[in-house]
Design a protein around this ligand. Structure first.
Ligand SMILES: Cc1ncc(COP(=O)(O)O)c(C=O)c1O
Length: 382
């Protein structure tokens, strides 16, 4: 019997950051110490209030399926969060609790795409976006972000990329990998294009200057993805949410019932505690990231990397490494094997990030310094 994969499955490309991470883990098993600057993974433990809520949920037996949309308590708390943080009224009836924002993205692609439909995506942008589109038989269409314009979205460029098959345009602010924030005016202009906007707000709360605007303050007819992974350092708990126009919630609910049944019950209890009592912990982590951002930027500058834009949010620096090698995948592998520093190859994030490396400052300060030291020695050997 021959098992043949579908064309859409075959089109999904590897997540190169994971390729670096997996090779790094192999080297670690052989006893090599690796500085991990490749993954978007906070090194913090999850806040004690979140841990306690998860433990209490398990002890109390709240370990069963929940309502497919998520517990009402959590959806109401998410609605209160929008009011508290942004002064925006969002009905809990528009909120679907998901298995990470990745779960929300899965539901959205299933909702929006028929074979051959297009989603407009930023280049550079999050490596997994195009593969979500491909997995659901869609076609990713990229619009360029200009590094000299601070990776700001140019509305004319987005408009020109749209066709009759366009089903949505993606905005990610603060962004992975550029760490750029799009202004409220840019979000409003995108919403004015007449194309549904999907706003991935997973890095909200991790800003180092002006906070990012939410799409929900601008329009009720877009989609917002958000979650707990990054802000609360609980990437492994797989818990997030999606806000959608209310008339579409029944379809999303139906998809969720079938594809996931519901998000994890213990993670939902933990998420509730995170929203109720986690603000201080998030702020402390944000301040610490800000310090790490400063030391990583200083280190990379001293090493001669070009820094097109200083990170305004998230925990990434996209550094220009074309003077070392135009092939970022080859360079990332060399840095791992020869300097024992893991970095993400820019090409993972689109053709326009080729020649760049993404450094994460989610790692502990001592490890960032050690990584810079190793890179400095490696550069002297070239
Ligand atoms: C821009 C962006 N969106 C979504 C995700 C997925 O996050 P989650 O853990 O909520 O699925 C990531 C993870 O790195 C990301 O960088």
């Amino acid at each position: 019997m021959t098992v043949r994969e579908s064309r859409s499955a075959a089109e999904v490309t590897p997540f190169l950051v994971m390729e670096i991470l997996e090779r790094a883990q192999e080297l670690e098993r052989a006893g090599v110490d690796i500085v991990h600057l490749e993954v978007g993974e906070p090194d913090f433990d999850c806040p004690p209030c979140v841990q306690a809520a998860a433990q209490a949920a398990i002890s109390a037996g709240r370990t069963h399926y929940t309502h497919s949309l998520g517990t009402l308590a959590l959806r109401e708390e998410i609605a209160r969060y929008y009011d508290r943080r942004y002064g925006v009224v969002v009905s809990p009836a528009r909120i679907v609790v998901t298995t990470g924002s990745s779960g929300g993205l899965t539901l959205l692609m299933a909702l929006l795409l028929e074979a051959g439909d297009e989603i407009l995506l930023p280049d550079p942008g999050y490596a997994c976006y195009p593969n979500f589109v491909r997995a659901f038989h869609g076609v990713p269409v990229f619009f360029p972000l200009d590094r000299s314009a601070g990776f700001r979205y140019d509305i004319g460029t987005v408009r020109r990329a749209a066709t009759v098959r366009t089903r949505a345009v993606m905005v990610n602010s603060p962004a992975n990998p550029t760490a750029a924030i799009q202004s409220r005016e840019t979000l409003a202009a995108l919403a004015g294009l007449g194309i549904p906007v999907i706003s991935d707000e997973i890095y909200h709360g991790l800003e180092y200057g002006e906070p990012a605007a939410t799409l929900l303050a601008i329009t009720d007819s877009g989609f917002v993805l958000d979650g707990f992974s990054k802000r609360y350092a609980i990437t492994g708990w797989r818990i997030g949410w999606l806000v959608a126009p209310e008339p579409l919630v029944p379809v999303l609910q139906c998809l969720q019932q079938n594809l996931f049944i519901c998000a994890g019950s213990v993670a939902q209890e933990a998420a509730l505690a995170a929203l109720r009592a986690g603000d201080e912990a998030v702020e402390a982590m944000r301040q610490e990231y800000d310090r790490r951002r400063g030391s990583l930027l200083a280190g990379l500058r001293a090493l001669g990397f070009g820094l097109p834009v200083e990170p305004a949010g998230a925990y990434y620096v996209l550094a220009d490494a074309r003077h070392l090698d135009a092939d970022s995948r080859r360079l990332a592998h060399r840095l791992l094997e020869e300097a024992h520093v893991g970095v993400a190859p820019g090409v993972d994030f689109g053709a326009l990030a080729e020649g760049h490396l993404r450094f994460s400052f989610a790692s502990a300060p001592g490890r960032i310094e050690l990584g810079m030291g190793r890179l400095s020695e490696w550069l002297l050997r070239q």
